[in-house]
Design a protein around this ligand. Structure first.
Ligand code: B12
Length: 128
Protein backbone atom coordinates (compact mmCIF):
# COMPACT_ATOMS: atom_id res chain seq x y z
CA UNK A 1 0.00 0.00 0.00
CA UNK A 2 1.36 3.43 -0.91
CA UNK A 3 1.71 6.03 1.86
CA UNK A 4 -0.72 8.46 0.20
CA UNK A 5 -3.52 5.90 0.64
CA UNK A 6 -2.68 5.51 4.27
CA UNK A 7 -4.96 7.38 6.63
CA UNK A 8 -4.19 8.10 10.26
CA UNK A 9 -6.82 9.19 12.71
CA UNK A 10 -5.02 11.03 15.49
CA UNK A 11 -6.09 12.78 18.65
CA UNK A 12 -5.60 13.21 22.36
CA UNK A 13 -7.71 11.37 24.87
CA UNK A 14 -10.70 12.78 26.64
CA UNK A 15 -9.81 15.54 29.14
CA UNK A 16 -6.22 15.69 27.83
CA UNK A 17 -5.63 19.14 26.39
CA UNK A 18 -1.92 18.86 25.55
CA UNK A 19 -1.51 19.07 21.78
CA UNK A 20 2.07 20.11 20.95
CA UNK A 21 3.35 16.52 20.59
CA UNK A 22 0.33 15.49 18.51
CA UNK A 23 0.89 18.41 16.16
CA UNK A 24 4.53 17.38 15.65
CA UNK A 25 3.50 13.78 14.98
CA UNK A 26 0.93 15.00 12.47
CA UNK A 27 3.53 17.13 10.66
CA UNK A 28 6.02 14.27 10.48
CA UNK A 29 3.42 11.84 9.15
CA UNK A 30 2.18 14.33 6.56
CA UNK A 31 5.80 14.89 5.53
CA UNK A 32 5.91 11.20 4.58
CA UNK A 33 2.82 11.58 2.39
CA UNK A 34 0.37 10.13 4.89
CA UNK A 35 -3.10 11.67 5.10
CA UNK A 36 -3.92 12.57 8.71
CA UNK A 37 -7.40 13.17 10.15
CA UNK A 38 -6.76 15.31 13.22
CA UNK A 39 -9.53 14.92 15.81
CA UNK A 40 -7.83 17.44 18.11
CA UNK A 41 -7.86 17.17 21.89
CA UNK A 42 -10.40 15.86 24.42
CA UNK A 43 -11.45 13.00 22.12
CA UNK A 44 -13.64 10.13 23.39
CA UNK A 45 -12.49 6.55 22.58
CA UNK A 46 -15.66 5.90 20.56
CA UNK A 47 -14.88 8.93 18.36
CA UNK A 48 -11.49 7.50 17.33
CA UNK A 49 -13.20 4.32 16.16
CA UNK A 50 -16.19 6.05 14.51
CA UNK A 51 -13.84 8.35 12.59
CA UNK A 52 -11.62 5.44 11.53
CA UNK A 53 -14.71 3.66 10.12
CA UNK A 54 -15.98 6.83 8.41
CA UNK A 55 -12.59 7.66 6.86
CA UNK A 56 -11.69 4.04 6.11
CA UNK A 57 -8.45 4.63 8.04
CA UNK A 58 -5.63 2.13 8.15
CA UNK A 59 -4.30 3.34 11.48
CA UNK A 60 -5.64 4.98 14.64
CA UNK A 61 -2.89 6.96 16.40
CA UNK A 62 -3.60 7.93 20.00
CA UNK A 63 -1.71 10.37 22.16
CA UNK A 64 -1.79 10.94 25.93
CA UNK A 65 0.37 13.18 28.10
CA UNK A 66 -1.31 12.54 31.43
CA UNK A 67 -1.14 9.35 33.47
CA UNK A 68 -4.86 9.89 34.14
CA UNK A 69 -5.81 9.88 30.44
CA UNK A 70 -3.42 7.12 29.37
CA UNK A 71 -5.55 4.15 30.62
CA UNK A 72 -8.44 5.23 28.38
CA UNK A 73 -6.37 4.05 25.40
CA UNK A 74 -7.33 0.48 26.17
CA UNK A 75 -10.95 1.42 25.41
CA UNK A 76 -10.04 2.24 21.80
CA UNK A 77 -8.64 -1.28 21.36
CA UNK A 78 -11.78 -2.77 22.97
CA UNK A 79 -14.23 -0.65 20.94
CA UNK A 80 -12.35 -1.34 17.68
CA UNK A 81 -12.65 -5.06 18.45
CA UNK A 82 -16.37 -4.76 19.30
CA UNK A 83 -17.03 -2.85 16.06
CA UNK A 84 -15.29 -5.59 14.07
CA UNK A 85 -12.51 -3.43 12.60
CA UNK A 86 -9.59 -4.63 14.73
CA UNK A 87 -8.17 -6.82 11.94
CA UNK A 88 -8.28 -3.90 9.47
CA UNK A 89 -6.97 -1.06 11.65
CA UNK A 90 -3.57 -0.82 13.33
CA UNK A 91 -3.47 1.08 16.63
CA UNK A 92 -0.42 3.22 17.44
CA UNK A 93 0.10 4.92 20.80
CA UNK A 94 2.48 7.62 21.95
CA UNK A 95 3.07 10.40 24.46
CA UNK A 96 5.46 10.95 27.36
CA UNK A 97 3.95 8.46 29.90
CA UNK A 98 3.56 5.61 27.36
CA UNK A 99 5.89 2.61 27.01
CA UNK A 100 6.27 -0.46 24.82
CA UNK A 101 5.21 -2.68 27.72
CA UNK A 102 1.99 -0.68 28.12
CA UNK A 103 1.39 -1.02 24.37
CA UNK A 104 1.80 -4.81 24.67
CA UNK A 105 -0.43 -4.91 27.76
CA UNK A 106 -3.42 -3.21 26.11
CA UNK A 107 -2.99 -5.05 22.79
CA UNK A 108 -2.11 -2.03 20.64
CA UNK A 109 0.11 -2.59 17.59
CA UNK A 110 2.77 0.12 17.76
CA UNK A 111 4.39 2.39 20.33
CA UNK A 112 6.83 5.20 19.44
CA UNK A 113 8.59 7.52 21.88
CA UNK A 114 8.88 10.37 19.37
CA UNK A 115 7.37 11.70 16.16
CA UNK A 116 10.30 10.68 13.95
CA UNK A 117 10.19 7.04 15.11
CA UNK A 118 6.40 7.09 14.81
CA UNK A 119 6.55 8.20 11.20
CA UNK A 120 9.14 5.51 10.40
CA UNK A 121 6.82 2.90 11.90
CA UNK A 122 3.98 4.37 9.87
CA UNK A 123 5.92 3.87 6.66
CA UNK A 124 6.79 0.33 7.72
CA UNK A 125 3.08 -0.33 8.28
CA UNK A 126 2.34 1.13 4.82
CA UNK A 127 4.64 -1.36 3.21
CA UNK A 128 2.99 -4.36 4.91
C1 B12 B 1 3.33 22.25 27.71
C2 B12 B 1 2.67 21.52 28.87
C3 B12 B 1 1.39 21.92 29.24
C4 B12 B 1 0.59 22.98 28.49
C5 B12 B 1 -0.05 22.32 27.24
C6 B12 B 1 -0.12 23.27 26.07
C7 B12 B 1 -0.50 22.57 24.81
N1 B12 B 1 -1.24 23.28 23.96
O1 B12 B 1 -0.17 21.39 24.58
C8 B12 B 1 -0.46 23.41 29.58
C9 B12 B 1 0.11 24.55 30.38
C10 B12 B 1 -1.84 23.79 29.04
C11 B12 B 1 -0.49 22.16 30.44
C12 B12 B 1 -1.54 21.84 31.29
C13 B12 B 1 -1.52 20.79 32.18
N2 B12 B 1 -0.48 19.96 32.43
CO1 B12 B 1 1.09 19.86 31.29
N3 B12 B 1 2.82 19.83 30.57
C14 B12 B 1 3.37 20.48 29.58
C15 B12 B 1 4.84 20.05 29.44
C16 B12 B 1 5.69 21.12 30.12
C17 B12 B 1 5.36 19.86 28.04
C18 B12 B 1 4.51 18.97 27.14
C19 B12 B 1 4.95 19.17 25.71
O2 B12 B 1 4.30 19.85 24.93
N4 B12 B 1 6.13 18.63 25.35
C20 B12 B 1 6.74 18.82 24.04
C21 B12 B 1 6.18 17.78 23.06
C22 B12 B 1 6.86 17.98 21.70
O3 B12 B 1 6.51 16.50 23.55
P1 B12 B 1 5.42 15.34 23.80
O4 B12 B 1 4.09 15.92 24.03
O5 B12 B 1 5.97 14.38 24.78
O6 B12 B 1 5.33 14.62 22.37
C23 B12 B 1 6.41 13.90 21.81
C24 B12 B 1 6.39 12.41 22.18
O7 B12 B 1 5.79 12.12 23.42
C25 B12 B 1 5.72 11.76 21.02
N5 B12 B 1 4.27 11.62 20.96
C26 B12 B 1 3.31 12.33 21.56
N6 B12 B 1 2.11 11.88 21.18
C27 B12 B 1 2.30 10.89 20.31
C28 B12 B 1 1.41 10.08 19.62
C29 B12 B 1 1.91 9.11 18.76
C30 B12 B 1 0.95 8.26 18.00
C31 B12 B 1 3.31 8.93 18.61
C32 B12 B 1 3.82 7.90 17.68
C33 B12 B 1 4.20 9.73 19.32
C34 B12 B 1 3.69 10.69 20.15
O8 B12 B 1 6.11 12.55 19.92
C35 B12 B 1 6.19 13.92 20.32
C36 B12 B 1 7.31 14.58 19.53
O9 B12 B 1 8.48 13.81 19.53
C37 B12 B 1 4.82 18.69 30.22
C38 B12 B 1 6.15 18.28 30.83
C39 B12 B 1 6.98 17.38 29.96
N7 B12 B 1 8.25 17.42 30.17
O10 B12 B 1 6.44 16.63 29.12
C40 B12 B 1 3.72 18.93 31.24
C41 B12 B 1 2.96 17.75 31.80
C42 B12 B 1 2.60 16.76 30.70
N8 B12 B 1 1.74 18.39 32.29
C43 B12 B 1 1.32 17.87 33.42
C44 B12 B 1 0.17 18.30 34.12
C45 B12 B 1 -0.05 17.67 35.48
C46 B12 B 1 -0.70 19.26 33.60
C47 B12 B 1 -1.98 19.80 34.25
C48 B12 B 1 -2.86 18.76 34.93
C49 B12 B 1 -1.54 20.91 35.22
C50 B12 B 1 -2.66 21.48 36.07
N9 B12 B 1 -2.59 21.14 37.33
O11 B12 B 1 -3.54 22.14 35.56
C51 B12 B 1 -2.68 20.47 33.07
C52 B12 B 1 -3.63 19.51 32.37
C53 B12 B 1 -4.40 20.12 31.23
C54 B12 B 1 -5.21 19.06 30.53
N10 B12 B 1 -6.45 18.83 30.95
O12 B12 B 1 -4.71 18.42 29.62
C55 B12 B 1 2.23 16.76 33.90
C56 B12 B 1 1.62 15.37 33.72
C57 B12 B 1 1.93 14.49 34.90
C58 B12 B 1 1.28 13.17 34.81
N11 B12 B 1 1.95 12.21 35.40
O13 B12 B 1 0.22 12.96 34.29
C59 B12 B 1 3.53 17.04 33.10
C60 B12 B 1 4.38 15.78 32.81
C61 B12 B 1 4.35 18.06 33.94
C62 B12 B 1 4.83 17.46 35.27
N12 B12 B 1 6.06 17.01 35.34
O14 B12 B 1 4.09 17.43 36.23
N13 B12 B 1 0.65 21.42 30.29
Amino acid sequence: MMPENFVYVIGYYKTDLHDIGKNLVKLMFEGKGIKVIDLGTDVAPQDFVDSAIEENADVIACSALLTTTMPIMEDVVKIATEKGIRDKVKIMIGGAPLTQSYCDKIGADYFAADAATGSDLALEACQK
